[in-house]
Design a protein around this ligand. Structure first.
Ligand SMILES: Cc1cc2nc3c(=O)[nH]c(=O)nc-3n(C[C@H](O)[C@H](O)[C@H](O)COP(=O)(O)O)c2cc1C
Length: 219
């Protein structure tokens, strides 16, 4: 593909993606499109490659139950084909069972909490990032879920699918709901953010953004 055409296409894709406020409830995603969006989430980058996330597709009952305290998701619940919650891990430390599993079973490296790699990760988390509480580790994992989220929204836009990122909900109530209904172990997980995917029942609104000169600096 011609390089300039590609650049133009990338920017057109950015204009085409917008936070959808009104969905057409009769329109559903093709299964292959949904699989593609999930695969984009799965392949997203994460710190040390530790994939601190889980993508949970909500069913009708859950959407109904959370409606009142998920104010930012109500338009999505009313019409989007897919509404997901992205969970973030609280249990990523250099010697946690999850990290051991990931290193041994997924990355196929020998796991040793005393290895130079493990100790470097410990130093990185505890000193460089100052992640010394479960809350701090959860927030760090949440930041990474937003990378997957962004990639999924962009991929959806490329497929002509509308979407909305959602953090407008009572996070304590959402965590409680997920814990009470056995959807996550609150010791290991929290709800980071939500997103919806479907087809719009409104016009795309033109982008309003600050000029580049206000947000970009060359040293
Ligand atoms: C992290 C994040 C959380 C958001 N939460 C909500 C939300 O709860 N409900 C909603 O309708 N829009 C939500 N938005 C959409 C933003 O309002 C929207 O992206 C922004 O106004 C820019 O508009 P655009 O995405 O259409 O370009 C959220 C966006 C981001 C990135």
């Amino acid at each position: 593909m011609d390089k300039q055409l590609l650049r133009d296409q990338i920017i057109a894709d950015m204009h085409r993606r917008y936070a959808t406020k009104k969905y057409d409830p009769t329109k559903k995603l093709a299964p292959q499109d949904w699989a593609t969006i999930l695969e984009v989430g799965r392949l997203s980058p994460s710190s040390y490659g530790y994939e601190p996330w889980k993508f949970v597709l909500l069913d009708t009952k859950t959407k109904h139950d959370i409606y009142n305290f998920a104010w930012g998701a109500q338009a999505s619940i009313d019409g989007a084909d897919k509404v997901i919650a992205i969970l973030a891990r609280k249990d990523i430390t250099y010697n946690s069972p999850y990290v051991q599993h990931l290193v041994s079973d997924i990355k196929h490296h020998d796991f040793d909490p005393n290895s130079p790699r493990s100790q470097r990760f410990k130093q990185f988390q505890e000193h460089d990032l100052n992640l010394d509480t479960p809350r701090a580790r959860f927030d760090w994992a949440c930041r990474q879920t937003y990378i997957a989220l962004g990639n999924m929204l962009t991929a959806a836009g490329r497929l002509d699918i509308d979407s909305c990122p959602i953090e407008g909900f009572d996070h304590a109530k959402m965590d409680q709901y997920f814990a009470d209904h056995g959807l996550m172990d609150p010791e290991h997980w929290g709800v980071a953010v939500m997103a919806s995917f479907g087809y719009r029942a409104q016009e795309i609104t033109p982008k309003k953004r600050q000029p580049l000169a206000d947000i970009y600096q060359e040293l």
